[in-house]
Design a protein around this ligand. Sequence first.
Ligand SMILES: [Zn+2]
Length: 332
Amino acid sequence: MTRPIGGLRLAAALCIAALAGAPCLAGDVVLVEDASASAEIGTLVSGRDGATGLDFKDRAITGPAGRAIEVGDVHGGDTNRLLVFQKERAVAIEYPEWKVTDVEVRVKLSTEFGIPVCVWLVPGTTTPAFNRSVIAAAVMGTVWRDENAGLKLGTIRFGEIAKTDTSATPYVNFKCTKVGCREAENLRKAVGFTPAMVNIYFVDMVDYGAGMSRGNAVWCGDDTIVLGSMTTGTLLAHEFGHAAMLGHVDGMSCFDETNVMHSSSDTRAYLTEGQTFRMHADPASVISGEPYELRPGLPLVSCGDLPSAGCPELHKRIWTDCVTSVDCVCAP
Ligand SMILES: [Zn+2]
């Protein structure tokens, strides 16, 4: 339920709260509208600390939905930014004018984005693909929901291919070693392609440059993902991460194989808020860019994996998954 809080009404509420013995709000506050009523709100705040005079970046502060979130005494600094995350909501990016005096920053959240996909069960595959394609898509949606990615699975459309059509036979074992490869173009022509969404092709084996395997999958660019017959839904979430401009996290100090973007893992599960930010904000991501273009008119930022002024660090977390020592060491 939405509960917008007006400035005057807020001040009156503070007095009542104080009389009742509850703590008063102090410092700068964030007022979040259209939040989900059932989940905590997480913010990453950047500005200058009013007490120390030092700049800070991406301080993680959480609060319950429906109440103002106190973010401390924030002044204008080199980076003035407010990022808001919540389950079932898209990431919000604001650039507040923090001042010496206290300010209220209003942020309106959007409902999480529905992502339709088109699934192609390539004729000639030896393993029945319908069930695993549905399961894979559902698992990807579950990862998004659990990790507050601001995305949910939309309509699954199945491309129509005649079972007797042999034109796709050469692609049952699919080789594509780079984004934009000719073989992906040939696959789309032979099997079919639905514009304006990511197309997912289920085949027997995939070779992305390390040899054919049923457990391989590849993001080919141009809205094309190809999955081998022994792949899992978390690998589909991984390939979609590439489509949303995420790179591999192998060997990075704050990541291990439990992250969705590890290149070789059976335990992918987690996304950081730094990764979620990039998926939404990067202009080349399928979310903000083609084909979905779900954030028209909203701020876009191209980050890459390395620290940059315009972005939280890739490993930045608000909610620590904390199943491994690596994750806990890098907790905010
Ligand atoms: Zn990968």
